[in-house]
Write a protein that binds this ligand. Structure first.
Ligand code: FE2
Length: 262
């Protein structure tokens, strides 16, 4: 099975690039299943709207993951209840709406489980990531409950994401990081068969500060306060970044993983 995992889509121009290019990419690369992190997809660069979710699904996305910005658009609290293909981190407070994992059939009929989890270091408060993953795996496993398991680790620091990769080695098909908006050059298959990449990067304008127009962040870092209220997404040329993975249908483990960048 060929899987495309795309990193955080940033703002309107990021969404436009996905709508324009993704159907062609899926067709040309014979992609069976597509996952996109959409937590920065709204016009403001934080959160996601119902309209964007529907547009992503229409152009071929199978599951949308998220992270710390999932609740930035007020409407998300409502529509996420009815939308099983939009995930919020599994280790958020249990009383919050939405789900942290879902099992969806691929084009070829295989059961793909996508799980979204959020780091504990330098991130908003959430339940312990490793305890949450251990609990999930206590009654679910590869080949018994799903044919492959894709995990989006939305986190700030490299070491924590790498530890999750090794923690899930032999239990997941792919562990890929999101949130830093910078693609890492470490795509590899771990010793027990799990594909791993520390960060998928973003689908956004890289002539920016992690997707945002650079002037206000530079002002903020140099003067200690923002020149304008909000950071706004940069609107230059979009680079689509993520990870391309081939998974062995029989074992559920990765056969090939490489960065994907257009
Ligand atoms: Fe994030």
């Amino acid at each position: 099975m060929r899987i495309l995992f795309l990193g955080d889509v940033v703002g309107q121009t990021g969404c436009d690039a996905i709508k324009k290019d993704l159907p062609k990419i899926i067709k040309e690369e014979s992609i069976d299943f597509t996952i996109v992190n959409g937590e920065n997809a709204a016009v403001e660069g934080v959160g996601i709207t119902q309209n964007i979710v529907e547009e992503f699904l229409t152009c071929g996305v199978d599951v949308i993951t998220s992270g710390n910005h999932i609740w930035n658009q007020k409407e998300t609290h409502e529509f996420i209840i009815e939308q099983p293909r939009l995930l919020r981190p599994l280790n958020m407070d249990n009383s919050l709406p939405g789900k942290g994992f879902t099992i969806i059939k691929s084009k070829t009929g295989l059961k793909v489980c996508v799980l979204n989890i959020m780091g504990n270091v330098f991130m908003k408060k959430s339940n312990d990531m490793f305890i949450t993953l251990k609990s999930f795996l206590s009654d679910k496993s590869l080949k018994n409950d799903y044919d492959c398991l894709i995990v989006d680790v939305h986190g700030e620091i490299t070491s924590e994401k790498m530890a999750v990769g090794h923690f899930l080695d032999g239990k997941a098909s792919l562990v890929v990081g999101t949130h830093t908006h910078v693609p890492t050059n470490d795509a590899r298959i771990l010793s027990k068969g799990t594909g791993y990449m520390t960060d998928a990067g973003m689908c956004g304008d890289y002539d920016s500060v992690i997707g945002m127009d650079k002037q206000n962040p530079i002002h903020s870092f140099t003067k200690g306060f923002r020149s304008e209220g909000r950071f706004v997404p940069a609107t230059g040329e979009i680079k689509i970044c993520g990870s391309y993975i081939e998974i062995d249908d029989k074992t559920g483990f990765s056969r090939k993983i490489q960065p994907f960048q257009i």
